[in-house]
Design a protein around this ligand. Structure first.
Ligand SMILES: Nc1ncnc2c1ncn2[C@@H]1O[C@H](COP(=O)(O)OP(=O)(O)OP(=O)(O)O)[C@@H](O)[C@H]1O
Ligand SMILES: [Mg+2]
Length: 250
């Protein structure tokens, strides 16, 4: 296995004022089974941190804990400068946005009603994502994967979150759709939003992010600056190619 590196993945020696999210020694499990441990990560204002790893390595578990859907068994989550154990809705009020793997949309409702339900201004969303204007009356479940993610991301960004957490950011998207939502994200980071995302496509994740962490069997196997790894992805590929399940089998 590669050298473990638990250096906070938010930037080089970030000053505390700039760190929007930090976890220390985070351990999470389901019932009695611990699935992630010793997770130290940091996300800075205006920066993107990518969480990588094989299926089952614990990425979604970490995100769910960061947003308040899962209680840690150990360690802590420091959000906007304060250690928190608050529920998702309270963290959302403080400036956290979360897009789950299923895009967090209600498929049977129209685009307009999905926005209404989220109490987000339609005009603000259309300003961020003009292609959505002609889709407002369509049921969200009928949108293409790219349109759905455009809706999810622009809806989340219209609230001007201080931190946006996105699972499976470009899953199933063709390159053009992926580039459209990536551009929206970059625009938001330029305005100061911090982002923590999971992205399966290694090259895309390293292009988009400032820092990355690789989880292997629930622990940080590698972390660093994305720019340093864009031309040498073999090490990360080695860590992510084998499924953790196969590694655990007797
Ligand atoms: N609700 C749950 N109850 C019990 N075990 C769970 C639960 N959710 C996840 N797990 C287990 O925790 C481990 C980590 O799962 P997690 O969903 O965090 O992985 P992941 O890295 O997001 O995988 P993927 O890339 O497939 O989305 C897996 O072994 C999974 O089976
Ligand atoms: Mg997952």
């Amino acid at each position: 296995m590669a050298t473990a590196c638990n250096e906070p993945a938010g930037g080089d020696d970030p000053s505390p004022a700039e760190v929007v999210l930090q976890t220390a020694g985070l351990a999470v499990g389901y019932q009695d089974l611990q699935v992630v441990q010793g997770i130290d990560l940091a996300v800075q204002k205006g920066k993107i941190t990518a969480l990588l790893g094989a299926n089952g390595s614990g990425k979604t578990t970490v995100l769910r804990t960061v947003v308040g859907l899962q209680r840690p068994l150990g360690g802590e989550v420091r959000l906007f400068g304060e250690v928190t154990r608050a529920a998702l809705h309270a963290r959302a009020r403080a400036g956290l946005g979360y897009i789950a793997e299923n895009r967090s949309l209600i498929p049977a409702l129209t685009v307009r009603d999905n926005l209404r339900l989220a109490k987000v201004d339609t005009a603000a969303v259309v300003a961020l994502a003009p292609p959505l204007e002609k889709l407002l009356s369509r049921r969200a479940g009928l949108l293409s994967g790219g349109e759905q993610q455009l809706l999810s991301v622009s809806r989340a960004l219209a609230r001007r979150p201080r931190l946006l957490v996105v699972d499976e950011f470009c899953q199933g998207l063709a390159p053009l759709a992926a580039e459209t939502v990536s551009a929206l994200l970059r625009q938001a980071t330029e305005a100061g939003t911090a982002v923590l995302l999971v992205e399966q496509m290694l090259h895309r994740a390293l292009e988009l992010s400032d820092r990355f962490l690789v989880l292997r069997q629930g622990a940080v196997a590698l972390a660093g600056r994305s720019a340093d790894h864009r031309n040498r992805t073999e090490e990360i590929e080695r860590l992510t190619i084998a499924t953790d399940d196969s590694a655990r089998l007797p």
